[in-house]
Ligand binder design. Structure first.
Ligand code: ATP
Ligand code: MG
Length: 693
């Protein structure tokens, strides 16, 4: 094992792994083994430097990356399971769960996701009698929190009126929002790091203890750390600064979340004496793909030059497909995937905006190809799952009025809006939390039974809330007859929804307590859902593709207005970030890279002509080929040709154009197939490229 830790590395990687104490920066291009170097370094510290696993922290950018790193470490060195591998948010939350009371947090504090945050903002706006939309205010809040600044500090950057509110009014809203959060014992996502930072800044004892648990710190994707994460890292690292930061300034793509590539550019000033390691060999992509990628990124003016050489020579040319419209583009992607064939999890389709996924999902589904949208509407954001989670949150934290309102009448129990109004007024008059007001509301309600039942139910659940998560949910389902409600409320897809409920129970089983379970949920709500990626095409935005790799990548919508996105065209910084985004997308591909654009696309409901991205022009035609499989099939592998008699009837099949179907009759070379949504087709086995499904 010792040997393997170093021998599977190149010289530069080895140097970085052998780095022991003091600060280090590993700065290198995409696919050069930065993440791999971190993994090996952690293992090496444990195996050869006598460092305890419980003294090591490795920060990753996403939950998915956390899982992958844990998985890989486990196989490499004993005790690796105890290394603290975590995102910034999860690390901060863990600190707050242990020491949060020292910064005034209640033990059962909850974390609000984006929906809850919006719901609370709406409440605040209503309370103040304002009709502004919560969206822009939410992004203002997030921006302030990511920068670690009071919202007041941002106001001066805003126009006189923002979101239809004057600065004064806006400030009222922001303050009231923060008060309401505190009153409900809740943190929003941005607060997690801010509270943790404050705690470490103000409490020397806690800082000392956490530093013990993080004597050796690693931060992957360092180019995308925001100011709060930067301060958090710097504070934890302390004077000793056994900090290894790893990143690529050319892949900084989160400036909209206040990430700042300066953190990486100034590393050697921030941490005097830091050693810098450069990795220059790319192990991920073929030469053809890498040359294309390098040609993209040299166009950025605001960058440091780096060398990146391919280890894999040659390779398939990068291909560009011109589609008439987005539908044709989606069809192309789906058919090309079918043509190349399973396993489908080797494919990824990347796009600039979430909305682009719908046509792609449909095109794949209609051909019987499984797909999953990474980072889309996640499992924990589904209505039925959120309902049950709201019960759990309220049971742990009776102050949480956002959750309370969600479930007060779900399933329906005869508590109408008039009742809620009355109770809310009572709460305000008496200065009580909503749940307390419910208990006292009997006197003011004409029909108090439903409220009484609800309170009794919640009190029962509160007793269970400190036990195992699964038992809690089982009781909840029984006590509310929730499955029956689903059947009633969603006659069309209640089975799917019930399955989600089952999945929730399965997930809950793995947690030690309800509290731990909710924390996990709060942190993963934005990432992927549980369940299998196996055998499925991955669809995701370019932002979500960071750090990942796939044998075959389709990058769609390479058009002016989308990539670069129209909102980023006005400044050089904006445009360069779009170029980095393109670079990130291109460098995800290992073997094959397809680009595509549509000559016409719907924008805000109108069909508009679109032009290919300037990024394509910049690269020059020598580095890619225009690909048109409809006119010029090129080196396409022969279609699948079953022998006559291969089908007898009843078999499930897939056709590249008609999608999935069932054979209903067969005679010699001819079969008749019923395709879903298409109808009956008579096909020749010799020509039809029909495959078993
Ligand atoms: P990104 O910038 O996209 O995050 P990265 O620099 O973190 O990329 P890795 O993901 O660590 O790169 O590595 C890219 C691929 O190259 C991985 O499949 C990895 O296993 C492989 N690789 C890295 N170094 C070596 C090596 N020395 N020998 C063999 N394979 C390697
Ligand atoms: Mg990486």
């Amino acid at each position: 094992m010792d040997e393997a830790l170093l021998s599977s590395l190149n010289e530069a990687q080895r140097q970085a792994v052998l780095h022991f104490q003091g600060p280090a920066l590993v700065v290198a291009g995409a696919g050069s083994g930065k993440t791999r170097t971190v993994v090996h370094r952690v293992a090496y510290l444990i195996a050869h430097r006598g460092v305890f696993p419980t003294e090591i922290l490795a920060v990753t950018f996403t939950n998915k990356a956390t899982e992958e790193m844990r998985e890989r470490l486990k196989g490499m060195v004993k005790g690796a399971g105890e290394v603290w591998v975590s995102t910034f948010h999860a690390a901060a939350l863990r600190i707050l769960r242990v020491y949060g009371e020292r910064v005034g947090l209640k033990p059962g504090f909850v974390v609000y996701d984006e929906d809850d945050q919006t719901a609370l903002l709406k409440e605040v706006l209503k309370e103040l009698g304002l009709s502004a939309k919560p969206g822009p205010i939410k992004s203002l809040l997030d921006r302030a929190k990511n920068r670690g600044e009071a919202p007041e500090a941002l106001l001066s950057e805003l126009p006189e009126y923002y979101a239809g509110l004057s600065r004064g009014r806006l400030l009222d809203v922001l303050r009231r929002y923060q008060e309401a959060l505190a009153a409900q014992g809740a943190l929003d996502f941005g607060d997690i790091l801010l509270y943790a930072l404050r705690l470490l800044e103000e409490d020397q004892e806690v800082l000392k203890r956490v530093r013990k648990r993080a004597r050796f710190i690693h931060v992957d994707e360092y180019q995308d750390t925001n100011p709060v994460q930067y301060r958090f890292t710097k504070l934890l690292a302390g004077g000793e600064a056994n900090l290894m930061a790893v990143g690529d300034p050319d892949q900084g793509i989160y400036s909209f979340r206040a990430a700042d590539i300066k953190n990486i550019l100034q590393f050697t000033e921030d941490f005097p004496g830091a050693r810098v390691y450069r990795l220059e060999e790319n192990y991920r992509s073929t030469e053809a793909i890498l040359r294309f990628a390098n040609a993209v990124i040299v166009r950025n003016a605001l960058r440091l030059e780096k060398t990146l050489r391919p280890v894999k020579g040659g390779g398939e040319p990068v291909r560009l497909f011109r589609a008439r419209d987005a539908r044709e583009e989606a069809r192309f992607v789906a058919e090309e995937i079918l043509r190349l064939g399973p396993p489908f999890d080797r494919f990824a389709v990347l796009y600039r905006t979430n909305a682009q996924s719908r046509l792609l999902e449909q095109a794949l589904a209609s051909r019987g190809v499984g797909a999953r949208v990474v980072g889309g509407v996640g499992f924990f954001e589904r209505a039925e799952v959120k309902d049950l989670l709201a019960y759990a949150r309220l049971a742990l934290n009776p102050l949480d009025s956002v959750s309370l309102k969600r479930i007060l009448n779900t399933p329906p129990r005869g508590i109408g809006p008039a009742t809620v109004e009355k109770v809310a007024r009572l709460a305000q008059e008496k200065g009580l939390p909503l749940f307390e007001a419910l208990k006292e509301a009997e006197g003011v309600l004409p029909r108090p039974e439903p409220v009484r039942h609800f309170v009794a139910l919640m009190e029962e659940l509160m007793d269970l809330a400190f036990g195992p998560a699964e038992a809690f949910f089982r009781h909840l389902l029984l006590a509310t007859d929730y499955p029956a409600y689903l059947k009633e409320a969603y006659p069309e897809d209640h089975e799917d929804r019930l399955e989600n409920v089952e999945e929730l129970l399965r997930a809950a089983k793995e947690a030690e307590s309800l509290m731990e379970f909710l924390d996990k949920v709060a942190l993963t709500a934005r990432a992927e859902e549980p369940g299998e990626a196996e055998g499925k095409v991955s669809l995701m935005t370019l932002h979500n593709a960071k750090g990942l790799e796939f044998p075959v990548v389709f990058l769609v919508g390479v058009e002016e207005g989308l990539l670069p996105h129209r909102n980023s065209l006005n400044t050089l910084e904006g445009l360069e970030e779009e170029r980095r985004l393109f670079y990130v997308g291109v460098t995800r591909a290992q073997e094959r890279l397809y680009l595509s654009y549509a000559e016409e696309r719907e924008v805000y409901g109108r069909t508009e002509a679109s032009r290919p991205s300037r990024f394509l022009e910049e690269v020059g035609e020598g580095l890619y080929q225009v690909y048109d499989p409809y006119r010029n099939p090129g080196p396409i592998p022969p279609p699948h040709r079953p022998k006559p008699g291969a089908y007898k009837g009843g078999e499930k099949v897939v056709h590249p154009r008609f999608g999935p179907g069932v054979v209903v009759a067969a005679a010699g070379d001819e079969v008749t197939v019923h395709f879903e949504g298409v109808g009956l087709k008579r096909l020749s086995l010799k020509y039809a490229d029909l495959r078993p499904a």
